[in-house]
Design a protein around this ligand. Structure first.
Ligand SMILES: [Mg+2]
Length: 223
């Protein structure tokens, strides 16, 4: 079989870190004298920190301020994550094993900073499945731009049309579609309606990773 790949989004797809991120953003914003609401969270979730911080605190922020505030927020997030612990969503480990056993090479394609990705791989013990991780520092444009997934495909030496992207967010599915890739939308965490995910170009929409197996994923790249 020709090489094929699975490119995994992290937050909302492999793990559910929404509450931890919400709390960390709220604390970060409060320190800057600003509230952080559910609406702010909805508007920013899944985006890269530079875009989020300028959305929340204003376009006047310098690159240095963005870097400092972003790191401060991630420190809060990582400290709390280590205290609470992070668990894989149902079916995640089994599907990582199944994809590997069916010959896939796998990578992470995430908006998150490298420190967060490394921490989650460590806390969940799934680092062995990934040939590489692509995160915030590797990209200049966030999803729905396909950059994060195209870099992942390139590093895995697999053409985009033989890549399956696993995602929970509309912007992530749009990124996969724009990159010429197949995609599976997982609604477990459920921030996005199935119709919107389909409209964004998802090849398949499932409620939970437990609905999938190796042959399901392979079938998406056999064309
Ligand atoms: Mg996500």
């Amino acid at each position: 079989m020709l090489p094929w790949a699975v490119l995994w989004d992290m937050d909302g797809t492999l793990v559910d870190t929404a509450e931890l991120h919400f709390a960390a953003w709220r604390e970060c914003c409060n320190q800057q004298g600003r509230d952080f609401t559910e609406a702010d969270f909805q508007a920013t979730f899944g985006r890269r920190n530079p875009e989020i911080l300028r959305f929340l605190l204003g376009d006047h922020l310098t690159d240095e301020e963005v870097a400092r505030l972003g790191e401060a927020k991630e420190q809060i997030y990582r400290t709390q994550s280590r205290k609470t612990g992070i668990e894989l969503l149902p079916g995640a480990r089994k599907l990582l094993v199944a994809a590997r056993d069916h010959g896939a090479v796998q990578a992470i394609g995430s908006s998150a900073p490298r420190g967060n990705l490394d921490m989650i791989l460590e806390l969940t013990g799934i680092g062995e499945f990934f040939t590489c991780t692509v995160g915030m520092e590797d990209t200049t444009r966030g999803k729905p731009d396909p950059q994060v997934f195209l870099i992942g495909a390139q590093r895995l030496h697999v053409p985009p049309q033989r890549c399956v992207v696993m995602e929970d967010a509309v912007a992530g599915i749009q990124a996969a579609t724009a990159g010429g890739m197949q995609s599976v939308a997982v609604r477990h965490v459920g921030h996005h309606p199935a119709e919107a995910l389909k409209a964004a170009g998802a090849s398949l929409v499932v409620e939970c990773l437990t609905e999938l197996d190796g042959p399901n994923l392979v079938s998406l790249v056999l064309h």
